[in-house]
Design a binder for this molecule. Structure first.
Ligand code: BV8
Length: 230
């Protein structure tokens, strides 16, 4: 059997059933905040205390014992175990650690990670689980890619897309670039493109196959079938 190269893009929707809120469900507000105030570098420089308060809240929420991977995260981890880490890559827009907790290994966090911080002076990235107190340390910031900043590991992502047999997009609305443009690259590379989402995304017409429903139901079912066909 020739093992397919599978690139999986995930967004906030894959973590929705784990209790983490998505970005665009609440009439454009995010956790009651204006994205420009809390997810841009300008917003951070304008009011670092407010931005740290926002990310301290999200970081604490993520470490709540009730926030656990759901069946969709586990299905992706099982797929990687079955096909091998060099045949399954998760490119996630999410900053949570639920793919890791479910057992996935081959992961790119293109928008950074909530449980890491970065020293603005040295660029050093370290694990961080507690609140950041700006008055204590003005040099560390969330290791998060804000709007207007360059996503991480783009070269690896583009390379994976060029060699993919399958590009599978899960739980993303297709609002945010460059992630929303990955399906175009995958199509041009001859990959089979699949959208698994609660409802059609902005990019729905670019996918060969579209299956809608809650990720915890449609994701395990889809990959069980995909592996059995191989
Ligand atoms: C960049 C960090 C240059 C914060 C995030 C005008 C036009 C086009 C583009 C632009 C433009 N003006 C500016 C831009 C660029 C901008 C952009 O795209 N803006 C948009 C809003 C117009 N992008 C950038 O600035 C990026 N940088 O472009 O640099 C560059 C380009 C190429 C190469 C090099 C350099 C940086 C973007 C990163 C911003 N940071 N996050 C944080 O997370 O703390 S983005 C933020 O949105 C999150 O990361 C999130 O993951 C991401 C995408 O949102 P989704 O994941 O899709 O979440 P959403 O709520 O939207 O959708 C959830 C979906 O799940 C829905 O469809 C829903 O139906 C579904 N769902 C819900 N429940 C379930 C479900 N599905 C299944 N099961 C369920 N139960």
């Amino acid at each position: 059997m020739t093992i397919p190269k599978i690139v999986i893009l995930t967004g906030a929707g894959i973590s929705a059933e784990s209790g983490l809120s998505t970005f665009r469900a609440q009439n454009g507000l995010w956790e009651g905040h204006n994205v420009d105030d809390v997810a841009t570098y300008e917003g951070y420089k304008r009011d670092p205390i407010a931005v740290h308060r926002f990310y301290n809240m999200l970081r604490n929420k993520l470490q709540d014992s009730n926030v656990r991977p759901n069946a969709a995260h586990y299905a992706l981890a099982e797929l990687e175990r079955k096909l091998g880490s060099d045949n399954v890559l998760i490119v996630t827009q999410n900053v949570d650690n639920l793919h890791e907790k479910a057992g996935s290994k081959n992961i790119i966090h293109m928008h950074g990670e909530l449980l890491k911080v970065r020293n603005e002076q040295t660029g050093q990235v370290i694990d961080w689980y507690n609140d950041i107190d700006y008055n204590q340390n003005k040099l560390i910031r969330p290791h998060i890619v804000w709007f207007g900043e360059i996503p991480l590991q783009m070269d690896e992502i583009y390379d994976a897309l060029l060699h993919a047999d399958y590009f599978i997009s899960i739980g993303t609305s297709g609002n945010v670039y460059p992630a929303a443009g990955f399906v175009q690259i995958a199509n041009q590379s001859g990959a089979k493109t699949v959208e698994l989402n609660l409802e059609p995304s902005l990019g729905e017409n670019s996918f060969h196959t579209k299956i809608y429903g809650p990720a915890s139901q449609i994701v395990p079912k889809f990959f069980k079938q995909l592996v059995s066909e191989k």
